[in-house]
Design a protein around this ligand. Structure first.
Ligand code: GDP
Length: 425
């Protein structure tokens, strides 16, 4: 069985917890896109971890963890993260990196940082992890594959070619010292030697596993609204976080993915720039932010306070649609227990009309949310594992949203810990 776990919204929906939970029955866990630019928060018997690049199966000794060719592989971040989990007593995980995965270099991070500074007020809210310059290079065909790190002359040649244009930008646009192909070759050749034991043909590994009937979990990062084609462009990321791309970024037949679990929170949150119609401000926002997530809504990667707001059924229905969700998991249900009543955004108002579709960015920028307000349940539901034990108002809230997003909600998360979960029929 091949299942993708992906985000239905702006990211940070709590995919990490679910991937960790569902990794139990999986033989392989695969990252297929993005890089170290977002974080999954995982709390299990070993403690609390913020994973950025490592697949969430690393805590399970029986799981083979794969970093697919669609991932932005930052060797520095990779080894930093691996060393951190090993130093905290996790057994060395079984881990294979596609030899075709491209390498995110330190100059991608530098270019990302310099560009955000240059943009000033018009910046995109990048995490400055080098993702946009990395994918630009990949599609401009000046990227470097992990396997190319193993050949010093080839690496030097590729770097020299790639640096010609970059150094013009460095000197004349950013007023920064030029980059040296010699220095970079030494640094990344050394990384290549360290990476060598991890590199392999992950496409073969995955297809063999698929043919053998193994269970594979494809782990998405960020969410549907960050997709460069279907999301809130240009406030998107630079690779596709959609389940449809999982087949490509991992290297599996598209028809092999039979389950797409889209994750959404019981309210909305977003970090970074872009539009967020149901966003709250002031005290109401602060209250929800403080109570949200495991220890408040602050980005797992950056520690930035997340924007928070009421559940947006329009955006989430669209998110589930573009993900091709076969089911939905709702997280952070426990967080809403303090509210007397809970608004849910069921439509948008655009130029005096009510719309229920998710419009393209220029229109999205002008919508105002239309709310329906549901009664709160004012009972702590943290840690509840049986749906029948939830207050009726809480169950009604879930049913209401399920109907609005037109996707069955099969999992309800009632706390950040692995065991705080309700499985619905
Ligand atoms: P991801 O990138 O989608 O994995 O999301 P993050 O892990 O960055 O953000 C989700 C936050 O919510 C983290 O702090 C999790 O520990 C926390 N979390 C996940 N599920 C629940 C839940 O059901 N209840 C509460 N209170 N926190 C949760």
């Amino acid at each position: 069985m091949i299942r993708a776990i992906v985000g239905a919204n702006w990211g940070d929906e709590g995919k990490g917890k679910l991937t960790d939970l569902l990794a139990e029955g999986s033989d392989l866990v695969v990252r297929f896109q993005g890089g170290a630019n977002a974080g999954h928060t995982i709390i299990n018997e070993h403690g609390k971890f913020a994973l950025h690049l490592l697949p969430s199966g690393i805590f399970r000794p029986q799981v083979i963890n794969v970093i697919g060719p669609g991932v932005a592989l930052d060797p520095e971040a990779f080894f930093r993260e691996l060393d951190e989990v090993l130093s905290r007593g996790i057994k060395h995980p079984s881990l294979v990196i596609s030899d075709r995965a491209q390498v995110l270099m330190d100059f991608h991070i530098l270019l990302d940082t310099l560009e955000e500074e240059r943009l000033g007020r018009r910046k995109f809210g990048s995490t400055k992890s080098g993702i946009a310059p990395f994918y630009s290079d990949k599609f401009a065909k000046v990227g470097i594959q992990a396997c190319q790190l193993l050949d010093r002359d080839l690496l030097y040649d590729r770097l020299q070619g790639s640096l010609v244009k970059k150094n013009v930008l460095m000197e004349h646009l950013y007023h920064h010292a030029p980059l040296s192909a010699e220095e970079l070759t030494e640094k990344y050749y050394a990384f290549g030697q360290r990476l060598k034991p991890f590199l392999g043909d992950t496409t073969k590994i995955l297809n063999d596993a698929h043919k053998a009937g193994k269970s594979i979990l494809l782990e998405g990062q960020l969410g549907a609204l960050r997709d460069p084609d279907h999301g809130i462009y240009p406030y998107t990321t630079s690779s596709s976080p959609l389940a449809g791309y999982a087949a490509v970024g991992a290297g599996l037949p598209p028809y092999a993915i039979t389950e797409v679990l889209a994750v959404t929170k019981a309210y909305s949150s977003s970090v970074g720039a872009g539009y967020f119609p149901s966003q709250l401000h002031g005290d109401e926002a602060e209250e929800l932010r403080k109570r949200g997530g495991d220890a408040g809504e602050y980005g797992a990667k950056t520690g930035r306070p997340r924007d928070v707001g009421w559940f947006d059924a329009v955006a989430t229905r669209y998110g589930c649609l573009t993900q091709g969700a076969t089911a939905c998991a709702m997280t952070n249900l426990d967080v809403l227990s303090y509210l007397d009543e809970i608004p849910v955004c069921v439509a948008y108002q655009l130029d005096g009309n009510i719309i229920t579709h998710f419009p393209a960015t220029p229109d999205l920028a002008r919508v105002t949310p239309v709310y329906e307000t549901l009664p709160g349940w004012k009972t702590d539901v943290r840690g509840v594992t049986d749906e029948k034990a939830l207050p009726e108002a809480c169950r009604a809230y879930v049913r209401f949203i399920e109907e609005k997003i037109q996707t069955p909600i099969t999992l309800l998360s009632t706390g950040p810990r692995r065991e705080e979960i309700i499985r619905r029929g």
